[in-house]
Design a protein around this ligand. Structure first.
Ligand code: NAP
Length: 254
């Protein structure tokens, strides 16, 4: 039996891509999962697939840019499973892709609200419960874009950089409380986000071949590993799947 068996997890952005793969991976390890996203029919479908494979899964619609949605999501997990051991702050958007000078201030800000404030909202809503349990793992999905400026991605690079710092600040505050916080930089992954990037034609990432991107099941496996005791020494860090040591420790052979 996997060491995480019987724990409860929330995965945001679980309607597709990395989030959907992570929900399936955690459920397969015996974790009860709540799949959250805005697309209700997709999360319902994914939860149903997990249940049909013998796992425990629920779908809860949530827009991570709205604090009340995130609060309700955490409360739902606590009232349904009596606990919340794991939060995967995965929801994210790449659009609008374009230059700052022509950007729409409302649309740009909304993307930052999802990619950055959504992570803060998850931390803010989950930490009191996890600290009272003296137990919990939060994984914020980061990106190499946090450290490399890319044309057309100003909101994305800036919000991922802000999230990387938020992870470090949160780690300082929870250290010694039984709560662990990580950031995972997955490399480039074959999801809808990369389809949108390719269609934009802006910057070198859009020129990459589809075969250069890894399967979403790899970051999902890395997330499962980060939730285990074996990864404790990496608490507070941003771990990258481009790092051979991390891949080895997570049991990933890309
Ligand atoms: P994806 O396939 O486009 O999935 C994004 C997910 O985020 C969807 O489930 C989407 O669901 C959800 N989402 C977007 N806005 C949301 C909101 N306001 N509230 C709740 N959920 C929301 O992309 P992905 O590649 O799996 O991305 C997952 C994470 O990995 C993101 O944080 C992304 O930045 C990061 N990442 C991806 C790559 C890559 O190469 N793919 C590389 C580095 C980092 P709904 O639209 O249904 O709400």
């Amino acid at each position: 039996m996997h060491e995480l068996h019987g724990q409860a997890a929330i995965i945001t952005g679980a309607s597709r891509g990395i989030g959907a793969a992570t929900a399936a991976e955690l459920a397969n390890a015996g974790v009860s999962v709540i799949l959250a996203a805005r697309s209700e029919s997709d999360i319902r479908h994914n939860a149903q697939m997990i249940r049909e494979s013998g796992g425990q899964a629920e779908a809860v619609t949530c827009d991570v840019s709205k604090y009340k949605d995130v609060q309700a999501l955490i409360s739902h997990c606590e009232s349904t499973f009596g606990r919340m051991d794991i939060l995967i702050n995965n929801a994210g958007v790449i659009e609008p892709i374009g230059h700052l000078a022509t950007s729409d201030p409302d649309v740009w800000s909304h993307a930052a609200d999802i990619n950055f404030k959504g992570v803060y909202f998850g931390l803010r809503a989950a930490l009191p419960l996890m600290q009272s349990q003296q137990k919990g793992t939060i994984i914020n999905i980061g990106s190499g874009a946090a450290h490399s400026p890319l044309e057309g991605w100003s909101h994305y690079c800036a919000s991922k950089a802000a999230t990387a710092m938020l992870t470090k600040c949160a780690h300082k505050e929870v250290s010694g409380t039984g709560v662990r916080i990580f950031s995972l930089s997955p490399g480039t992954v074959a999801t809808e986000m990369q389809v949108l990037i390719k269609a934009s034609g802006i910057n070198p990432v859009s020129q990459m071949d589809e075969s250069d991107h890894i399967d979403p099941r790899w970051p999902a496996k890395a997330i499962l590993w980060l939730c285990s005791e074996d990864a404790v020494e990496f608490s507070g860090e941003e771990v990258s799947l481009r790092d051979e040591l991390i891949r080895k420790r997570a049991g990933i052979e890309i």
